[in-house]
Structure formats: C-alpha cells, structure tokens
Design a protein around this ligand. Structure first.
Ligand SMILES: [Zn+2]
Length: 386
C-alpha cells in the first residue's frame, strides 16, 4: 500500500482510532481534537502520492434582521484577513441592502469572491413556491422578475429594484457568477432565469463530487458540512471529505455563531407580522464558538502553507459534462425539496420541471407520467407523516 494510503486509512479514521503516522515536525498540525489523536503530517513527507486538495470555504450571508449577524460577519472578515484566506460569500438581496450602511464590512467583503443567495431567501413566496406552476416558461419569467426585485419581507410583494441588482450595485467591480439556493432548495426554471442574469456556477445541488457542466451552468459539489458549528463530528466529516475528494466545500452561516435560532425561524409558518431578531447565544457559548472557528481557520491556513490544500480554487468551467440517470434526477429533486418539506409544502409541478431540465442528458431514462405521480404521492405521504 502506498505511503499516503497507509497514512490516510479511511476505515480506521471513521473509528476515530487512527494516528496518522509520520515524523512530526514544526509543520505538523492537528486537525481534530487531541483526544482523537489524528495528526496530519507534512504533505512533503507523503511522497508523490498526495495530490493537492482544493478547498472552498463559503459563507451564507443572509440575516438582515439581527445586529449580531453584522457584528460577527465583521469579526469573521477580520480573522480571514489575519490568516490571509480568500473565500466565497453568498449574499441575499436583502442583506446587500442592509450592508450599504456598513462600509467597513463591505470593504472587507471586497477582498473575497461574492456570490448570490437569492433576493429574499425565506420570504413567502419562496423559490419552491413561486416556481411551482405548471408552465415552465411562466416559472422562468416569475423567477427573472423576482430575482431583480426588492421583495417586501413582510408581504412578499415586489417593490421596485433589488435582488441581484442590489448585490451588483454594492460590488460594482465584482463578477457575480455563483449562486446557492436558500436551504439548497433549487428549482430548474429559477436556475435558468439566474443564468440569464449572469449566474454560471451553482452550489445548490448534490449531483457531483467534482464540478460538472450542463446547459452552460457548472454544478459544484454539495458541501461536506452545510452548517458549521464546531462539533467534533464536523471536523471528522471535513477531514474525510478532504481525503476522499479533490474538492471540498464547507459552508458557514455567520449568524449561527452568535444566535441560538436560525434568523429565518420567524418565516416557518408563513410571513411574520413584524421582523424580530432571533435569540442570541449566551456570551460564553459565542466565545467558545468563535475560538473554535479561529482555530479552524488557523489550521486551514497552515495546511495551505504545507501544500496539503489549496484554498479558493479558481472558479472555472470544467471540461467534464454532466451525465445523469433518472434515479439521480429523482434523488436530486428529493434532496432539493427537503427544505420545502420541512415547511410542510407539497410541490405540484416541480418534479416535472426537474425532468424537463435534465431531459436532454437522460433521454433514455425519461420517466412516465405514472412514475412522476408515484414519486409525488410518496413525497406527499412523507410530508403528512411529519
Ligand atoms: Zn441561506
């Protein structure tokens, strides 16, 4: 067995019993808790076996309600600067409007890649609601309109310009080409509308482990961790992904480092009557989380110096084209609808939109209408069971 494979034995790593061997030197770093005894050796000791892993740290920046979230965003940006790390921030239209009042934070954000995270995130109608119409073209047109609009956070009504235009206005010198759907709950006509608005890279789907292209959109892998909160299991998942995959994506929600509840919990039963901040975490808890986050970034920066990982791989269009089976499409749809199901929403037409979107690369696998109805009804049973 090659040296690197001996070092990176996955099964033993899962059991938390692995001590990665090597001669520790001043470059060695601990990725996991000391009790887990996982020591990562200098990449140079791994001979030719190790191929540089690419690592993409992403932030979903969406809480435009609580002041805490601005404070912690500023803190994160300062720490990223300290470790000289470049990352990708997904920003909603509402958040871009709020950030106009915080030029210090915006200036720091300019040092990173900026992506788009929808106009109004959890405000109803959400993406899965306003695109759930029978006519695909109509869903596309509605999406186009809403993603260029300011949406009233209490009524969901369109009120003038906003959305991706607000993000572009805040960062006029940045190319806004990346998108992540709120809750990873994307729909095809909506994504096609975003492509019209300049989006080329999608970070919402679970259809690949390495970037693939389809219909002029590049799909990036699903995050190894979708919501970092510094738990030991998250370090393990991160390390496993770094070992298994050439590209690892990690997602952090800044507001969750300071707030106990998700900022959008007020939207789970429909639009609220007034906007209210989520409950804050207690100061000791916040301090602990921030310390862990600082330590994570320090290690990432260190691994970069050791040439084990390369952070922020260039976001580019790969040569690899998407191949997908009907089972993959079903899985992709079901994963996408998890967030909708959590909110007890039962889609009517979205599955057919998924099949229409992927049709050209899986013609032989097209589903019959009967099968589509079966999947829809199994999904609705699942919703009722919740
Ligand atoms: Zn989000």
């Amino acid at each position: 067995m090659s040296a690197a494979l001996q070092i990176l034995n996955l099964d033993r790593l899962v059991d938390n019993q692995l001590e990665l061997r090597g001669t520790p030197n001043e470059h060695s770093g601990m990725l996991m808790r000391p009790s887990e005894c996982v020591r990562v050796v200098d990449a140079t000791q791994m001979g030719g076996d190790w191929r540089m892993r690419r690592f993409l740290l992403t932030f979903d920046t969406e809480d435009f309600i609580s002041q805490n979230s601005i404070w912690v965003l500023h803190w994160i940006l300062e720490i990223l600067k300290k470790y000289d790390l470049e990352t990708l921030f997904f920003i909603t239209g509402h958040m871009a409007e709020k950030l106009r009042n915080f030029p210090i934070v915006t200036d720091l954000l300019r040092e990173h890649k900026i992506g788009y995270h929808s106009s109004s995130h959890s405000v109803h109608p959400t993406i899965f609601e306003f695109t759930d119409v029978e006519n695909y073209e109509q869903a596309y047109r509605i999406s186009l309109k809403r993603e260029m609009a300011h949406v009233n956070p209490l009524t969901g009504e369109i009120e003038g310009k906003g959305g991706i235009l607000a993000v572009r206005e805040l960062f006029p010198n940045k190319q806004i080409v990346s998108f992540r759907a709120p809750g990873h709950c994307w729909t095809p006509p909506h994504l096609e509308a975003l492509r019209t608005l300049g989006i080329m890279l999608d970070f919402s789907t679970n259809i690949c482990f390495t970037p693939v292209s389809f219909k002029n959109i590049t799909f990036y892998p699903y995050p190894a961790i979708g919501r970092w909160e510094g738990k030991p299991s998250e370090y393990r998942a991160l390390l496993l992904s770094l070992i298994r995959n050439r590209l690892t994506v990690l997602t952090v929600h800044p507001s969750l480092l300071v707030n106990r509840d998700e900022w959008d919990s007020i939207y789970c039963n429909g639009n609220p009557k007034k906007l209210s901040s989520p409950h804050s975490r207690n100061p000791r808890e916040v301090k602990r989380l921030l310390r862990r986050f600082d330590s994570l970034l320090r290690r990432i920066a260190k691994f970069q110096k050791m040439h084990i990982i390369e952070t922020v791989p260039s976001l580019e269009k790969p040569n690899r084209n998407l191949r997908i089976t009907k089972m993959d499409i079903e899985k992709c749809y079901q994963r996408s609808m998890r967030w909708a199901m959590k909110q007890n929403y039962r889609p009517k037409f979205l599955l057919s939109h998924f099949f229409r979107f992927f049709e050209s690369c899986s013609k032989q696998n097209c589903l019959s209408n009967k099968r589509i109805r079966e999947i829809e009804s199994s999904l609705s049973r699942h919703v009722r069971a919740r």
